[in-house]
Design a protein around this ligand. Structure first.
Ligand code: DGY
Length: 325
C-alpha cells in the first residue's frame, strides 16, 4: 500500500507531481487555511504532511497521525510548528532555506525604496488626474545613498538585504546573536554593533530575525525610544517581532517616518490604524512570491518528504533536530 501525504493547500505542481509518482497525495483545495478539526481528521492515516506557515502544528495535530514521519513546512520560517513536541514524538520537521533568499530580499528592498520615494502615494496622485505639471516640491523623498541601514538578524535574507543596500550606497550595520564571519562582513562592508547602537544609529531598520521567545516584541516601547527621529522600519520576517501598537503610536508621533510591512503581528489581521496611514506600505506576505522561488520551495518540500518516507535523512531538517535522525 502506498504511503500517504497530506498537503494543507495548493502549492506549485512541480512538487505535487514528484510526490504523486511515489505516494498517495491528498490536498486541501480550498483557498483558505484548513481548520484544525478538519486537518486532524485528514492527517489521521497520513505518513507525511506539507504545511504552510499559517498552519499551527501543535501537540494535538502531531498526535492525530500515529504514523506521521515528517512535517515539511513550505516556508523557511517554522515558528508555526511546536518543535519540542515533534522532537519528543520523533517526527521530522523540515523547512525550505536558501531558495527564497533573493525573492524576500527583493521585497524588503522594494518596501524600502517604495516608502522613501513615496511611490504608492505618487502613483495614486497621478491616477487621480492630479498631475498638472512638473513641481519642484512634489513628493520629495529621502535618498538612500549615504544613509545607514540597521539589519536585525544577519542570516541569509539579512545578508541579501545588506548586499542590495550596499549597491545603493548605504552604510550597513547589523545586530545578530553573534557576529557573522569576517569574510562576510568584509564583502558586505557591514559592521557588527550591539542592539542599542543599532537602534540609535540607523536611518532605516530592517527586521530579518526569526520569531522566537527572545525576539517577540524585540522592537517595543523601549527599543522605539532609542531610535532616531525619522527612522524607517521594514519587516519581512515575522510580525510578532514588532509591537504594532507601539509602532502605530510612533508613526503618529512622527518618530517613525514610515513603515513597510510584509508581515503582521496579528496576521492576517492588520491593525486598523495602519490601513489609513499614507506613510506605510502594506503587502500580503508575498516575500517569497516569485514563480521561480515558489517552484523551488515546492520541489524542496517534496524532496524532504520523499527522503523521510524512503528512510533517508531529509536535507533540510531544522537544526533543532540535528543528531536525532
Ligand atoms: C517564509 O518562508 O518563512 C516566508 O515568510 C514566506 O514568504
Amino acid at each position: 500500500m502506498k504511503q500517504k501525504v497530506y498537503i494543507t493547500r495548493r502549492i506549485p505542481e512541480i512538487g505535487i507531481d514528484l510526490l504523486k509518482e511515489k505516494f498517495e497525495v491528498k490536498i486541501f483545495f480550498e483557498n483558505r487555511r484548513v481548520d484544525k478539526t478538519l486537518l486532524i481528521r485528514e492527517i489521521e492515516d497520513c505518513n507525511a504532511m506539507i504545511s504552510l506557515l499559517s498552519d499551527k502544528i501543535d501537540e494535538e495535530v502531531l498526535d492525530a497521525a500515529g504514523n506521521l514521519k515528517i512535517v515539511a513546512n513550505y516556508a523557511v520560517g517554522y515558528n508555526n510548528i511546536d518543535i519540542q513536541a515533534a522532537k519528543s514524538r520523533k517526527i521530522m520537521v523540515t523547512n525550505t532555506p536558501g531558495v527564497l533568499t533573493n525573492a524576500t530580499g527583493e521585497i524588503a528592498f522594494a518596501l524600502l525604496i517604495t516608502l522613501t520615494r513615496k511611490i504608492i502615494e505618487a502613483d495614486r496622485f497621478t491616477r487621480r488626474g492630479k498631475f498638472i505639471g512638473w513641481d519642484p516640491l512634489l513628493y520629495l523623498g529621502d535618498e538612500l545613498n549615504g544613509k545607514t541601514i540597521g539589519i536585525i538578524g544577519m542570516g541569509r535574507i539579512g545578508r541579501d538585504m545588506a548586499f542590495k543596500c550596499r549597491a545603493f550606497g548605504m552604510n550597513v550595520i547589523y545586530y545578530n546573536r553573534k557576529p557573522v564571519d569576517e569574510s562576510i562582513e568584509k564583502e558586505l562592508q557591514a559592521a557588527y554593533v550591539n542592539f542599542e547602537e543599532l537602534l540609535e544609529n540607523s536611518d532605516v531598520i530592517s527586521v530579518h530575525t526569526p520569531l522566537a521567545d527572545e525576539t517577540f516584541h524585540m522592537l517595543g516601547e523601549k527599543a522605539f525610544g532609542r531610535m532616531k527621529k525619522g527612522v524607517y522600519i521594514i519587516n519581512t520576517s515575522r510580525g510578532e517581532v514588532i509591537d504594532e501598537k507601539v509602532l502605530v503610536h510612533e508613526l503618529k508621533s512622527g518618530k517613525v517616518k514610515g513603515a513597510g510591512f510584509d508581515v503582521y503581528e496579528f496576521e492576517p489581521e492588520i491593525t486598523r490604524d495602519l490601513l489609513t496611514m499614507n506613510n506605510v506600505v502594506l503587502l500580503p506576505h508575498i516575500g517569497s512570491a516569485t514563480i521561480e522561488t515558489r517552484n523551488k520551495m515546492s520541489e524542496m518540500a517534496a524532496e524532504n518528504v520523499i527522503a523521510a518516507l524512503e528512510g533517508r535523512r531529509p536535507e533540510n531538517l531544522v537544526p533543532e533536530l540535528n543528531g536525532l535522525f
